[in-house]
Design a protein around this ligand. Structure first.
Ligand code: ADP
Ligand code: MG
Length: 355
């Protein structure tokens, strides 16, 4: 490397959330990208795996998961951890790490927890800080900030800590949904990801079950009016200046973009999305506005709905640690925008270092 020693990247993956497996796939892609011929000249990489039980593995064992030498079979891993268990801030050799790259999805990873922990190490990290992460993870707060800024969104209602076993409360909630929203509606836990805990509800009889499913993930629940939409996504990178990628569209065969259609089907990704250039421009503008509003920088993927027939743009959500698997939209968007995966990961480190 010109003018300095190689930067050591601390790649953190796995995690306790229900998106554990997705995180491992994402980390494999990023690990390979840092180990490419070009990046090996600038970077070394240390991997840190967090099991589903919340235990950290040291970097030698973590790397074995990334190269497939150890299967992330939870029972086996648990066995290893019983011998090799380490308490992060006591035991892990993080002093060598120059830049953290948390690649955890969902709660305890994308919600600011890990960002808070890493702050104690006084090392920069790829992605945004505690506030942006927490806001980006919480659909209710994210939406209320977007509402304040009058950014376009679907109609929605919020229910917090409601006891659906209480007949009166249950009826009050159901009546409010019937009165204020049109079917279908989407019932969502405020904090989740990968469509887990979300139901599409077509009539009154399905509401209670959907609320209960969402409540298993989070006591705070969002109910949104469901529209017929195209799904459009935009990548963001940068710090003081945010850059937008090309816009992509994802097409799937299922009724909506649920967990299985996200990870187990052959979706069609179209980049750039075939939409009116004026709409593309507006989407990019809103993508930057929305990230600024939530204090999100580093990298993010901003997801939109484009209402079929009317072409109305609706902001859906921001993902502060977008999927990085081989089939993920985020690396594809940047590839189409001139940054291949090796260049993208290097760029993300440069951004975190203000280079
Ligand atoms: N209001 C809505 N109208 C139409 N489809 C929706 C709506 N809300 C969610 N969906 C469908 O559900 C998917 C997951 O919802 P989303 O809020 O993005 O949750 P997650 O954070 O788990 O990705 C969306 O990609 C879309 O297919
Ligand atoms: Mg989504």
């Amino acid at each position: 490397m010109i003018g300095g020693k190689k930067k050591c990247i601390g790649l953190i993956f796995g995690g306790e959330s229900n998106e554990h497996e997705v995180s491992i796939s994402s980390a494999k892609t990023v690990f390979q990208a840092f180990n490419s011929e070009i990046n090996k000249q600038r970077f070394t990489i240390k991997a840190f795996y967090i099991s589903k039980f919340g235990d950290w593995l040291d970097s030698d064992l973590s790397e074995k998961i990334l190269v497939g030498e150890i299967k992330n079979n939870t029972t086996k891993i648990r066995g290893i951890l019983n011998q090799e268990r380490i308490n992060f801030l006591d035991g892990i050799k993080f002093k060598n790490v120059d830049v953290w790259f948390p690649l955890l999805h969902g709660s305890n990873g994308e919600d600011g927890s890990i960002h808070g922990l890493l702050k104690f190490t006084k090392k920069p990290l790829v992605g945004c800080g505690i506030l942006g992460s927490a806001l980006g993870m919480d659909k209710i707060l994210m939406k209320s900030i977007f509402s304040n800024l009058k950014l376009p969104q679907v109609n929605y209602l919020v229910f917090q800590d409601e006891d659906f076993n209480n007949e009166e409360i249950k009826n009050k909630v159901i009546n409010e949904i019937l009165k204020k929203l049109n079917f279908p509606v989407f019932v969502k836990p405020s904090n989740s990801g990968s469509s887990l805990g979300i139901s599409k509800v077509k009539n009154e009889s399905e509401i209670l079950q959907a609320l209960e499913k969402a409540r298993e993930v989070d006591q705070r629940i969002l109910v949104e009016e469901g529209l017929e939409v195209r799904e459009i996504e935009c990548g963001i990178i940068g710090k003081s200046k945010l850059l937008t990628s090309e816009i992509g569209e994802v097409n799937y065969e299922s009724d909506w973009y649920d967990y299985d259609s996200k990870y187990y089907s052959n979706n069609q990704i179209i980049i750039p999305a075939e939409i009116d250039p004026k709409i593309t421009k507006e989407i990019k503008k809103i993508a930057i506005q929305s990230c600024r509003a939530l204090n999100i920088s580093g990298f993010a993927r901003v997801d939109f709905f484009l209402e079929k027939f009317t072409n109305k743009i609706l902001l859906n959500e921001i993902n502060t640690i977008p999927g990085f698997t081989k089939n993920s939209m985020f690396p594809m968007l940047w590839k189409a925008s001139g940054l291949n995966i090796e260049q993208l990961v290097a760029k993300l480190v440069n951004i975190s270092l203000d280079l």
